[in-house]
Design a protein around this ligand. Sequence first.
Ligand SMILES: Cc1cc2nc3c(=O)[nH]c(=O)nc-3n(C[C@H](O)[C@H](O)[C@H](O)COP(=O)(O)O)c2cc1C
Length: 363
Amino acid sequence: MNSLFEPTTLAGLPLQNRIVMAPLTRSRSDVMGVPRPFVRDYYAQRASAGLIISEGTQTSFAGQGYARTPGIHTAEQITAWKRVTDAVHARGAKMFMQFMHCGRIAHPLNRQIAEAPVAPSAVRPAGQMWTDQQQMQDYPTPRAFETAELPALVEEFVTAARNAIAAGFDGVELHAANGYLLNQFLASNTNLRNDRYGTSLQGRIRFVVEVVEAVATAIGAGRTAIRVSPGHMFNDIVDANPLETHLALLDALPTANMAYVHVMLADAFSPQLNNAGDPLTLLRTLRSHVKGALIAAGNLTIESAQAHLDSGVLQFAVFGRPFIANPDLVERLQTGATLAAPRAELFYTPDAEGYSDYPVMAE
Ligand SMILES: Cc1cc2nc3c(=O)[nH]c(=O)nc-3n(C[C@H](O)[C@H](O)[C@H](O)COP(=O)(O)O)c2cc1C
């Protein structure tokens, strides 16, 4: 009856259901970007999902923006992630890794290298970010990438994708949402470049298309996915026409062969919306430009998730905050049990508290 809970496949990959755990930054790695031992417990506890998408993970030390986020570019990181994917696979879920190069959303105190953050253009984001050493700090102005540096940046994503596969991941999701590097190339207020990676709409989408194509060539299109957030103004993204930008991007991507396109619905996380339409209209519009699976997160409930699957607008339902406090979210949704509320003050703290210590429901 309930297709949310039925086994299915994703680009040929068998999944135990259509419930996906959203990428959730939790800052439980050491300063070298190595996930701490209890990261394995946290993900394994949630492996009754069909698919788990990892927290945003940097592709290099230069891609790091936040304190204590993980990487996938050193041998120690790969070894630690292999333990995670082994534990997740043992409990039946599949796992993709989300690549998050932060670009300008970065503070030098959070990074292991001396170089300043680098972005498409030298545009300082409004606002501040957390540092463990000096609490909230203004963002610095990033340096703009030279055109000649961009082939190596594409290659950085390719190497990270090979590393993720070596670490046992079933695929990778390129984070082009929420104002990070790939989104900075897309948006008109953060991409002021006058080379072929800017200037026009086709220029602004070019870098993202090149990264997707290079990663798909390296590990297979069926193992490659992308996340977008049209209209989301998080991290000071103010695209002049987000819908036009994202439809051009989707039309240029090999979505028929990719694992999925993942939408972060803009109103779920902050009230800021930039003219991309209400969530359902937006999803319907995107659906007609995506030739493979479309998945989305943003305040979904079991009822809305099922309705989206039934209408065909979504193929998988993604849950974020509900998975934080409910390691057995799938079982709770299936039995109609009450959902526990997450403790937001422990979202980004360093230890197991508020992370891998949420209980499953009572017998
Ligand atoms: C603590 C926290 C961390 C997040 N980290 C990420 C992240 O690393 N990458 C990402 O794409 N989205 C991230 N998000 C957004 C979620 O993936 C999800 O889209 C959002 O929470 C909306 O879904 P929900 O209403 O089910 O929570 C984060 C959200 C929260 C609450």
